[in-house]
Structure formats: structure tokens, C-alpha cells
Design a protein around this ligand. Structure first.
Ligand SMILES: CSC[C@H]1O[C@H](OP(=O)(O)O)[C@H](O)[C@@H]1O
Ligand SMILES: Nc1ncnc2[nH]cnc12
Length: 289
């Protein structure tokens, strides 16, 4: 099987350069329109598919990002390995603005988003105990190190609804009681949907600020975030450019089973399935239906 790398670009990362034969391509999905067109090309012999999560020009808020359409379209385009890049606040002194964190766990505090491709007429329960793929996380870490980026391996990303930043009480609770390491507004339900779509998924948090808990840094200031984000985006482009060389063009089955997540997950018996929903699931779950 051929590797196809997907990149979900976060705030500040609306385009990438250096792809051969690249063009912006529009994709329709049964879940509506994705955030933007997809920038598709080849790097070091590996096909790459890039999508700015908020759309070029930052049109979508974290709550309005069409997460299902984005993941469905990635799958429809043949993506096998999906990397998320996101701006985050940090709850740890040592995870400083400008550092990257290859997160491996999430706490999902979002509530105003569609969180599953499945539902009445085709019910499925996938495991997200280990929501990120260690193989892709290894590649992300190696790419960051090769770029000279200060990178931390492992961490818990708290996904909040937003769009406002957290109160001081929330920030302290997430840090001191819930033991979260970074905070953002977009990795959920994205990571859950990637698992339902049997995509390997890794998330790279690009720290922009200390949220509001840090006594020396005061509250979150968007102008400072944007300045840090610009530097982070340049580093992210370097990291992305190294991924094809690290993953290679030929791909074996995921040793962690991300690409088999739906096996045994669909509970609705074939004769009871809703035909319209089954049709919508063609890209995401076609191999199981
Ligand atoms: C730029 S501050 C808030 C904004 O940035 C993050 O977006 P993304 O995860 O796509 O990089 C955060 O989650 C908020 O949406
Ligand atoms: N402090 C913060 N909280 C939530 N999302 C963020 N994105 C960047 N910084 C953030």
C-alpha cells in the first residue's frame, strides 16, 4: 500500500510549500463542505494532502469547523496517515511558547459539535483509549528534532469548546486537578473521527502561550499568540517537509491497529441498517459495510 500523508494545518498554518505538481482541489462529501479546498502534491515521492482546518483566511471558528467533512474528505482522497498541527496554550512551565508537544492523550470538553459518523441506523463504538498512533508520533518527534525544534514527547491536550479562552479557575483546574499539559479548541472531535475513519492520527501541539494560570504571564493575549504562531508555523513547515522521508512511500498495515478500528465496532445488524446512513459512510466505513 502507498503512504498518503494528510496534514491538518491549524491556526497560522494555512499553506505549505515545496510540493511537486501541487494544486488546490475541491472535494464534496456526504457530510457537507470541508473547511477549504485541499492542497495536493508530492514530496520525495510521497503523496501529500494539506487542509487548513479553519480555511484560508481563518473563516471557521473551532465550533464551526466541519470536522466530519474534513476527515471524510481526507479518507476519500486516500490519506493513510494524518498529522494535526495546532496552536495551544501550555499548563507546564517547561512546555514554553515556541516548543512543540507530540500529544498522546485528550480530555474532551467540547459539547457543540457532531462527534461521530455513526448514529441511529448504523451504530458503532470504537476504542479511543489510545487516540494517537505511536508510529506517526515517532515520525513527528524525529522530524521536529531534525529541525532543531524543542519538542516534548507525550502530553494530554484538553479540548475546550471556546471560542473564549478559559477563566483563571478553569485554567487552574485543568492544570492542577485534571493534569492536562496543553489546551486547544480543535483536536476533538477530530481525533475521534479519525479513529472512526481508521486513519492513523498524530497531533503536534505548537505552544503559543501559558493560558491564564501562570503568575508571570497574566492572561492570554491574542497579539502575542499571533507573533509566536508565525514563528511556530515556519517551524511546522520544516517539520512537515521531513515526514515523507521518515515514513517512506510504501506502507504496511499499522502495527497498532489504527487502520482496523472498525472491526467488531459496528453493532447494528446488516438487515436493520439505515440505507441512507450506510451510503453516507462509503468512504469512512465502506470496507466494513
Ligand atoms: C489562535 S488562538 C485559538 C485558536 O487556535 C487554535 O486553533 P488550531 O487548533 O486549529 O491551531 C485553537 O484551538 C483555537 O481554535
Ligand atoms: N490558551 C489557549 N486556550 C485554548 N486554545 C488555545 N490556542 C492557543 N492558545 C490557547
Amino acid at each position: 500500500m502507498q503512504t498518503v500523508i494528510g496534514i491538518m494545518g491549524g491556526s497560522g498554518l494555512y499553506e505549505i510549500a515545496g510540493l511537486e505538481g501541487a494544486e488546490w482541489v475541491s472535494v464534496d462529501t456526504p457530510w457537507g463542505a470541508p473547511s477549504d479546498h485541499f492542497f495536493i502534491g508530492t514530496l520525495n515521492g510521497v503523496r501529500m494532502v494539506f487542509l487548513p482546518r479553519h480555511g484560508r483566511g481563518h473563516v471557521h471558528s473551532p465550533s464551526s469547523v466541519p470536522y466530519r467533512a474534513n476527515i471524510d474528505a481526507m479518507k476519500r482522497l486516500g490519506v493513510t496517515d494524518l498529522f494535526s498541527l495546532s496552536a495551544t496554550g501550555s499548563f507546564r512551565e517547561e512546555m514554553a511558547p515556541g516548543d512543540f508537544v507530540v500529544v498522546d492523550q485528550f480530555i474532551d470538553r467540547t459539547y457543540a459539535r457532531e462527534k461521530s459518523f455513526f448514529g441511529p441506523g448504523c451504530v458503532a463504538h470504537v476504542s479511543v483509549a489510545h487516540p494517537t498512533c505511536p508510529r506517526l508520533s515517532d515520525a513527528a518527534q524525529a522530524a521536529a528534532e531534525a529541525e532543531g525544534i524543542r519538542v516534548h514527547r507525550g502530553g494530554t491536550y484538553l479540548a475546550m469548546e471556546g471560542p473564549q479562552f478559559s477563566t483563571l479557575a478553569e485554567s487552574k483546574m485543568y492544570r492542577e486537578i485534571w493534569n492536562a499539559d496543553v489546551i486547544g479548541m480543535t483536536n476533538m472531535p477530530e481525533a475521534k473521527l479519525a479513529r472512526e475513519a481508521e486513519l492513523c492520527y498524530a497531533s503536534i501541539a505548537m505552544v503559543t502561550d501559558y493560558d491564564s494560570w501562570h503568575p508571570d504571564h497574566g492572561e492570554v493575549d491574542v497579539t502575542k499568540i499571533i507573533a509566536t504562531m508565525t514563528g511556530n508555523a515556519d517551524k511546522a513547515r520544516g517539520l512537515v517537509a521531513r515526514l515523507p522521508g521518515l515514513l517512506g512511500a510504501d506502507r504496511a498495515d499499522c502495527p497498532h491497529g489504527c487502520d482496523k478500528a472498525l472491526e467488531f465496532a459496528i453493532l447494528t445488524r446488516a438487515e436493520h441498517r439505515d440505507a441512507d446512513l450506510v451510503a453516507k459512510l462509503d468512504a469512512v466505513a465502506g470496507r466494513m459495510l
